[in-house]
Design a protein around this ligand. Structure first.
Ligand code: NDP
Length: 321
């Protein structure tokens, strides 16, 4: 297989990956970045971004990520199409296979592969993407001021999203498939006692409808062993909160992850237990999952990579003397 040697390899093109590329390129460690399956990452699936500092009038997710990429390229980052399909982190230089056909050997590796929000799999989730369907209340909630929205899920994320949305929207329905919530007791109490939130237990969403965006959800309510009721509920926004899947599969044999697959780093920073291998952004963050926090961790990872390479170079120069 074709092999190429680099000093710094970054995988992922969300805010973490591109920020790492900006810092690494400016530090002259000549980063090569592979964009992965979803160029620009999760932000390209949202509408406008209004909470990233520096954009007083907001900016579309796609445009912001294009800006990130341009900024990295301006300093010489080598940004390429391609997906990391396997990894060998047993020894340095670490080997990452791209598209199953090329091996990149790298002294430092920044894993910024992100996480993917889970969707129900309804065809209308695609049809109305950015037009009423969202998997991020913090990103898109603002557009539902005094409107009616539904949140799918009964875990802590769903409760958090419902509470956040209840501060903006007129009414929030929670669509919960079981007769109880899975969330922690404190979160359950909060949603139960919130006057804007109504929990629809034993409900499933089976479709969405609307002419120019979401106007309602088709629900099915379980009534007993063999009985159910189908009905339409008018809503303006449909939020998924049924969990995220971190894109960490190929690294799991080498790096510690939690039970969901989030990479566990040292003290929550970018360092992993493998020298020269860093994790940044949502792949290592089940908690904040924001563009700004991902960007910050990408910056930290690149600074660590630069320090590591400097130290390596210094050690090599001593050994040569
Ligand atoms: P969870 O896996 O805890 O919950 C997912 C929810 O979505 C469950 O209610 C589940 O239902 C429901 N669900 C899953 N698939 C479907 C489906 N196909 N149709 C309908 N409903 C579905 O994920 P979270 O993202 O909520 O939480 C992940 C982890 O992060 C948890 O450990 C959580 O405690 C933690 N967390 C902590 C927070 C905090 O402490 N502030 C905030 C957010 C998350 P069912 O119960 O029936 O399986």
């Amino acid at each position: 297989m074709n092999k190429e040697q680099v000093k710094c390899l970054i995988i992922g093109s969300g805010p973490a990956g591109y920020t790492a590329a900006i810092y690494a390129a400016r530090a002259n460690i000549k980063p090569v970045l592979y964009q992965g399956l979803q160029t620009g990452g999760q932000l390209t699936t949202t509408t406008d971004i209004e909470n990233f500092p520096g954009y007083p009038t907001g900016i579309s997710g796609t445009e912001m990520m294009e800006n990130f990429r341009e900024q990295a390229e301006r300093f010489g980052a080598d940004i390429r199409f391609g997906i990391a399909t396997s990894a060998d982190l047993n020894q340095s230089p670490y080997e990452i296979t791209i598209d199953g056909e090329k091996i990149i050997q790298t002294e430092t590796l920044i894993i910024a592969t992100g996480a993917t929000a889970k969707y129900l799999g309804l065809p209308e989730e695609d049809t109305y993407a950015g037009m009423g369907v969202s998997a991020c209340a913090t990103c898109d909630g603002f557009f539902y001021k005094k409107k009616v929205v539904a949140v799918v899920g009964g875990g802590d994320t769903a409760c958090e999203e419902a509470i956040y949305l209840a501060g903006i929207a007129r009414k929030v329905y929670m669509i919960v498939r079981k007769p109880y919530l899975r969330a922690s007791r404190i979160m359950q109490d909060r949603v139960h006692h919130h006057e804007n939130i109504e929990i629809l237990f034993e409900h499933n969403a089976e479709g969405l409808y609307g002419e120019h965006g979401v106007e309602g959800v088709k629900l099915v309510k379980r009534l007993g062993e063999n009985d159910e009721e189908h009905y339409n509920l008018p809503i303006d926004g449909f939020f998924l909160a049924i969990g995220h899947r971190p894109n960490s599969d190929i690294f799991k044999p080498y790096l510690e992850t939690d039970e969901t697959g989030y990479i566990l780093t040292i003290d929550g920073g970018p360092l992993t237990r493998i020298p020269g291998v860093y994790a940044a952004g949502d792949v290592a963050d089940s908690n904040y999952r924001q563009a700004i926090t991902a960007a910050a961790s990408g910056c930290k990872a690149a600074i660590e990579a630069e320090r590591y390479l400097s130290e390596l170079e210094y050690q090599r120069s001593i050994n040569q003397e």
